[in-house]
Design a protein around this ligand. Structure first.
Ligand code: SF4
Ligand code: SF4
Ligand code: SF4
Length: 290
């Protein structure tokens, strides 16, 4: 398997010159490429994230959904491994003639913050608590967060929640602290199959496209990348995925929408209403004096 950047020797923190995406004074764009075809559902990533970030357990609830006992991303679960069972006996079958049509298959996907290049959560935050850090990762500064929850409503991926412990919004930091020390994020380091690959985002994109070509050559014709390029309604993701079924099967929006696009009309209407109100008020004042 090609070097992934998940070994300490593969990754060196510090300014990059290639790629052209570096922000002024920044260290360059770092991110994740998650190849879901390599995930075995071991949850080492979930555990490593909780351990490194000292996040409490969420209880041992039985969700009734396959081997999923975390259920969703939350303020205390910054990684969540999804289990999607596609078994013909359960009424789910694959495309006619596909390799798994009779036996069925399990799709597994380690979900996390997408570290959107244009992040609606950041745009919605009124206190400036959410920033793009020097690695171009979306980072919540908990001490500046006032717990208003605007970011939660703005995220189209349902990533952020507010902690019932401290009242602040929390999500994956892309292990900002580890990156600053030249370390690979804990989840990527723990993943035994290199389903989670970490590194400079432009290198990850090249590697991901090569992986899709390889899978196509091996007969996995449905393999494609989600979020490596932008949509008309959304920016590219610095944490992007290789999938083999529709995004909605994995609980992802087929086409994410940046809520700001839908709000332009609201702003225009609000400004127009304000101007009309001022004009009416002035007219009433002038008429009152006459
Ligand atoms: S996935 Fe959601 S929480 Fe993460 S950066 Fe994008 S908008 Fe923000
Ligand atoms: S990058 Fe760090 S904070 Fe984010 S999911 Fe992985 S271990 Fe958790
Ligand atoms: S550690 Fe890797 S293989 Fe295991 S569940 Fe997470 S992504 Fe999948």
């Amino acid at each position: 398997m090609a070097a992934t950047g998940n070994s300490p020797g593969d990754y060196e923190a510090g300014p990059r010159t290639a790629g052209g995406h570096a922000r002024p004074g920044g260290a360059g764009q770092m991110g994740f490429f998650t190849d879901t075809t390599l995930c075995i559902g071991c949850k080492a990533c979930e555990v490593a994230c909780k351990q490194w970030n000292q996040l409490p357990a969420d209880g041992f609830e039985w969700t009734g959904n396959s081997y999923d006992n975390t259920a969703e991303l939350s303020a205390t679960s910054w990684r969540h491994v999804k289990f999607i069972e596609q078994i013909p006996e359960m009424g789910v079958s694959g495309p006619p003639g596909s390799a798994w049509d009779d036996a069925g298959r399990w799709l597994m996907m380690s979900d996390v913050c997408k570290h959107c290049v244009a992040a609606p959560c950041q745009h919605a935050c009124p206190t400036g608590a959410i920033i793009h850090n020097e690695f171009d990762n979306v980072y919540i500064q908990p001490d500046i967060c006032n717990g208003c929850a605007y970011c939660i409503a703005a995220c189209p991926f349902g990533v952020i929640t507010r902690s019932t412990i401290d009242g602040h919004a929390h999500k994956c930091t892309l292990c900002f602290d580890r990156q600053r020390d030249g370390l690979v994020p804990a989840c990527a380091k723990a993943c035994p199959t290199e389903s989670i690959q970490f590194g400079p985002i432009d290198e990850l994109r090249v590697r991901a496209r090569e992986r899709v070509e390889t899978l196509h050559e091996r007969g996995v014709k449905d393999a494609y990348l989600y979020g490596d390029t932008s949509w008309e309604t959304y920016s590219e993701l610095n944490s992007f995925y290789l999938l083999v079924d529709r995004p909605s099967v994995y609980g992802l929006p087929d086409t994410p929408l940046n809520p700001w696009l839908a709000m332009k009309g609201d702003y225009v209407r609000a400004v127009a209403t304000g101007l009309v109100s001022i004009a009416v008020l002035l007219a009433a004042l002038l008429l009152g004096r006459a």
